[in-house]
Design a protein around this ligand. Structure first.
Ligand code: ADP
Length: 192
């Protein structure tokens, strides 16, 4: 299997690149943000709980997202690989993912981080908020809160994978196609 984590702060382009990467490499796309928004749109109890965290720019509790990912892994037993987008976001999530993959006799192949400056990120998110209807993208205070949560809780995830020598940064500014080419090059090398 080839299991990729696309890593980076809110607005770094993980969703955009993921859509193109799953097409090119035939991976199953697992975006916890998308899965949570689906729960919200169906007004499930899980969705209602998640929304209260997301609207404040906070992380949804680990056990909720870990449970969701576990279910998805079980639902795709024949996948040739997974692309994790927006997950893991805490060290506890990373450790849980390592264990889940170990049970499937596989592991993380690579962690690719999209590197984008904070001013550019805020611009992108506010822009996205104008059309996406995402309440967490319309309020600059919520956006700043997400960055601070990213720094405090998600940056240590990078160290977790640096220790395992699986982490690589890629410039996340430029055109969508330029970034896609750069990401694809790294994946092609790793797949060899
Ligand atoms: P972005 O990367 O732009 O923040 P996402 O769609 O990945 O967008 O996430 C939106 C929100 O969903 C997050 O701010 C957080 O509240 C919640 N969320 C998504 N993934 C996770 C996760 N792995 N753990 C906890 N909360 C999550």
């Amino acid at each position: 299997m080839f299991n990729l984590i696309l890593f980076g702060p809110p607005g770094s382009g993980k969703g955009t690149q993921s859509d193109k990467l799953v097409d090119k490499y035939g991976l199953i796309h697992l975006s916890t943000g998308n899965l949570l928004r689906e729960e919200i749109s169906h007004k499930t109890p899980l969705g209602l709980e998640a929304k209260s965290f997301m609207d404040k720019g906070r992380l949804v509790p680990d056990e909720v997202v870990i449970g969701m990912i576990g279910t998805c892994l079980d639902n795709h037993k024949d996948a040739k690989g997974f692309l994790f987008d927006g997950f893991p976001r805490t060290v506890a999530q990373a450790q849980a993912l390592d264990k889940l993959l170990e049970l499937k006799k596989t592991g993380i192949s690579a962690v690719l981080a999209l590197d984008v400056g904070e001013d550019e990120l805020v611009k992108r998110l506010l822009n996205r908020g104008k059309t996406s209807g995402r309440s967490d993208d319309s309020d600059e205070d919520v956006i700043r809160k997400r960055f601070s949560v990213y720094k405090d809780e998600t940056t240590p995830v990078a160290d977790h994978y640096k220790k395992a020598k699986k982490f690589q940064s890629i410039k996340g500014e430029g055109t969508v196609d330029e970034i896609f080419d750069a990401v694809s090059k790294v994946i092609d090398k790793k797949m060899k």
